[in-house]
Design a protein. Structure first.
Length: 284
């Protein structure tokens, strides 16, 4: 009986620590100070120099979320969208963004469009179903590597690439092997910093109809609730993580940002009080 009681006690301590580590809500003071320091970092980054960035794939789901957060938090003096088509925004701030249209099959004709940026975010992507096997490799490898190369020639310091959880260059699957090869080639290009993000299933109400993804997201909702970092990534968390990872001082070189770290970084900017952002903006 005493043995059983001891085991129950040990088990409850383990469970309580696990719960505290993963799910206990931080106090209001903790959240406030975390937000304050995150926003201080963004402010310092913005004030340190006139930094500029470009976004590839700004019309996709992760690209749209990133643009929204960049416009909201304003770490950069200049944000340029580089894509295959122009977007007509309703929002006045988004309307002001510089948009450059390029032909991804002839990127060599667009050297000037990639010149002089500090930071580049790549959110390009497609599916095999939509583009076929060759089209998938073209977008997920050739366009990404081609654009990264031009950006490097143009003096870019920090390249961010949205990849995916579980990719592996040696995989027999087209998805994993193509993305794995792209991750490696971009990481070897010698940017001062390269950040390759490997999120789980992106939790977003996708504009485009992808029934299989919609079913997967639905099935994964309880998992996302119980174990948020296991296999899912809210789209806003990914966008915020990319911004926090830009403004945080990190060692030079290439890094893989796994899903746990994406959540850690992204959550630093979650639950931001709109009033705090408003005050923050007026201080800039
Ligand atoms: N879906 C997921 O759950 C998931 C999970 C983990 C990782 N990822 C990865 O995350 C990345 C971003 O995913 P996402 O869902 O945000 O992408 P998305 O919504 O499919 O958007 C893709 C972007 O790439 C552009 N693009 C596609 N084909 C192109 C082409 N032939 N030429 C030029 N531009 C092209 C699109 O432009 P248009 O708007 O003009 O088409 C769009 O801006 C992808 O690499 C994806 O593999 C996705």
């Amino acid at each position: 009986m005493r043995l059983i009681l001891s085991w129950i006690r040990i088990l409850s301590v383990v469970l309580a620590s696990w719960w505290n580590a993963n799910y206990q809500n931080p106090s209001t003071e903790d959240v406030a100070s975390l937000l304050h320091s995150s926003m201080d970092l963004i402010k310092q980054y913005r004030q340190a120099a006139d930094k500029s960035c470009f976004i590839l794939g700004a019309t996709g789901e992760s690209g749209k979320a990133l643009v929204k957060e960049l416009v909201r938090l304003k770490p950069f003096h200049k944000v340029v969208l580089i894509g295959r088509r122009r977007v007509d925004y309703d929002n006045a701030e988004l309307k002001q963004l510089d948009q450059r249209i390029v032909d991804f099959d002839h990127l060599e004709n667009h050297r000037a469009d990639f010149q002089g940026f500090d930071v580049g975010y790549c959110c390009l992507g497609t599916t095999r179903g939509k583009s076929g096997a060759d089209g998938f490799v073209k977008v997920e490898h050739d366009y990404v590597v081609g654009a990264a190369r031009l950006a490097k020639e143009g003096g870019l310091q920090h390249f961010h690439l949205v990849s995916s959880m579980g990719v592996n260059e040696n995989s027999f699957l087209l998805y994993g092997s193509t993305k794995g090869r792209t991750d490696r080639e971009v990481s070897e290009m010698g940017f001062e910093r390269t950040s390759v993000y490997r999120p789980g299933v992106l939790m977003v109400n996708r504009e485009e109809s992808r029934p299989l993804e919609a079913i997967t997201r639905c099935v994964l909702k309880p998992v996302a609730y119980l174990a948020p970092t296991l296999i899912t990534t809210p789209i806003e968390t990914l966008a915020r993580a990319m911004i926090m990872n830009t403004v945080l001082e990190q060692p030079a070189g290439a890094e893989i940002v796994d899903n746990k770290r994406i959540h850690l970084l992204g959550n630093m900017l979650n639950n931001v009080d709109p009033h705090a952002i408003k005050d923050f903006k007026t201080e800039l």
